[in-house]
Design a protein around this ligand. Sequence first.
Ligand SMILES: *[C@@H]1O[C@H](CO)[C@@H](O)[C@H](O)[C@H]1NC(C)=O
Ligand SMILES: *[C@@H]1O[C@H](CO)[C@@H](O)[C@H](O)[C@H]1NC(C)=O
Ligand SMILES: *[C@@H]1O[C@H](CO)[C@@H](O)[C@H](O)[C@H]1NC(C)=O
Ligand SMILES: *[C@@H]1O[C@H](CO)[C@@H](O)[C@H](O)[C@H]1NC(C)=O
Ligand SMILES: *[C@@H]1O[C@H](CO)[C@@H](O)[C@H](O)[C@H]1NC(C)=O
Ligand SMILES: *[C@@H]1O[C@H](CO)[C@@H](O)[C@H](O)[C@H]1NC(C)=O
Ligand SMILES: CC(=O)N[C@H]1CO[C@H](CO)[C@@H](O)[C@@H]1O
Length: 439
Amino acid sequence: MRGDSISSPLKPFSLYKHNPLFVKLVVLSLLLGLAFRLFSSHSFDYKSSSVLESQSSPTIDSQETGLLTSDEGTVTQSQNEVSKDEAKPKCDLLKGEWVPNPSGPVYNNNSCKFIEEHQNCVKNGRPDSGYLYWRWSPRDCELPKFNPERFLDLMRNKKWAFIGDSISRNHVQSLICTLSQVDPAKEIYHDEQFKSKTWRFPSCNFTVAVIWSPFLLKADIFEDNYGFSTADIELHLDKLDEKWTSQFMDFDYAIISGGKWFLKTAIYYENNTIQGCHYCPKRNLTDLGFDHAYRKAVKLVFDFVKNSSHKAVVFFRTITPDHFEGGEWFSGGTCERTVPFKEGEWNISSVDRVFHEIELQEFDKVANGSTSDNGPVLKLLDTTGLSLSRPDGHPGPYREFQPFAKDKNAKVQNDCLHWCLPGPIDSWNDLVMEMLING
Ligand SMILES: *[C@@H]1O[C@H](CO)[C@@H](O)[C@H](O)[C@H]1NC(C)=O
Ligand SMILES: *[C@@H]1O[C@H](CO)[C@@H](O)[C@H](O)[C@H]1NC(C)=O
Ligand SMILES: *[C@@H]1O[C@H](CO)[C@@H](O)[C@H](O)[C@H]1NC(C)=O
Ligand SMILES: *[C@@H]1O[C@H](CO)[C@@H](O)[C@H](O)[C@H]1NC(C)=O
Ligand SMILES: *[C@@H]1O[C@H](CO)[C@@H](O)[C@H](O)[C@H]1NC(C)=O
Ligand SMILES: *[C@@H]1O[C@H](CO)[C@@H](O)[C@H](O)[C@H]1NC(C)=O
Ligand SMILES: CC(=O)N[C@H]1CO[C@H](CO)[C@@H](O)[C@@H]1O
């Protein structure tokens, strides 16, 4: 994924608030209540951008915000720190391509019991397996495969949290499965709904938790496990969700992320007073747009982390793109591709682009300026671009067990948002490891 072609300037966010077709589409999706709804847009180029991180980069190149065209020759800011003994040129881990990886995944549907049924594509009968045999390869440097032994060794007596929505759960399962090949994880906690969980790796006393907080903000959600809601979500744009902030001091590492839940109908509060909403036509309220809420959320998270005196390494993982084609998740959209996209074959959807640009812009603001030596380290784990070129990595119809066993023409709802396990999401950990060791 190279980001040097382009680029149409970002259309103003008001486009999304006032474009009736856009609103209708969002409405439709939200009425149906699921967290993932997606556009296969063709109107924007994807602009890849560097991983930025606050501590190693006191000055941030604003060309890398994704808003501006970057100049091909520019040495981009990267997470690849110059090592102590030898001055290696900085490498942009995000510029590269998917290359064949004949050795394939390190775990499978038999060797890992932590894979969620809906993402256990092989077990559910997905017929092709080519999507398992790729790895992300940056153009200018070698990205080593995630090394579970070394990772566990680094994590002795440490605690790690994944904080966010079902994609965070998807991601934690990838990590747990990979590490379990070396030291089988033991689940030591789950909440009533099995949405927050904690595992422990006995050999090195390493603890990994996933904390369910789909908005990261204080939110009252009136919705059951199947996504049926009885009332509008009430979202407090000026308060973080204490579920994770109250535990933040316990963790040495965290990967925080937000995303598609912000597309749902919600009433927006500040100072406990209604400010407006996102898609609430039955109410006499101003539609402030999901981007308004997402920006506030991201900013609040960054401020919280930066203000904290707790010395943790915190990654903010950027939006995960979806790949519905020929419709949406509720209207027959599918993802039947079996190989990665090559450069230029696909553009980020307009909605995902809005999410991503907010993340880059807000990160750029907080990363700019001094950071204390004793405080947390905030890093941007920008998986959006490399994930965008993996339309082949989703469960599609194989979110269900053997969906075509009875009727090979059965109409099955597809999941083109979450990732198969094993699958491309395993590569996110290659980046995490590299950013930990060299970033
Ligand atoms: C395990 O790690 C925790 C910190 O995460 C520490 O408090 C505890 O003492 C450790 N236990 C052992 C047996 O080392
Ligand atoms: C918040 O609301 C309280 C009363 O509910 C009011 O006294 C206070 O001034 C408000 N603060 C802001 C910043 O609006
Ligand atoms: C909607 O709100 C505005 C301003 O608060 C008010 O003037 C108007 O009468 C309200 N309309 C309805 C239908 O309640
Ligand atoms: C962060 O700290 C600054 C200065 O101490 C304060 O003004 C600001 O309100 C704090 N922000 C948050 C989100 O706590
Ligand atoms: C991506 O967007 C660019 C610019 O709008 C357009 O020229 C190109 O055809 C699009 N590519 C695809 C695959 O839709
Ligand atoms: C970064 O900081 C410099 C100097 O403090 C300032 O001039 C610049 O506008 C800041 N950039 C952003 C994106 O905030
Ligand atoms: C690729 C792979 O490991 N597939 C296995 C998944 O599980 C089934 C049934 O348990 C095995 O038969 C496959 O070999």
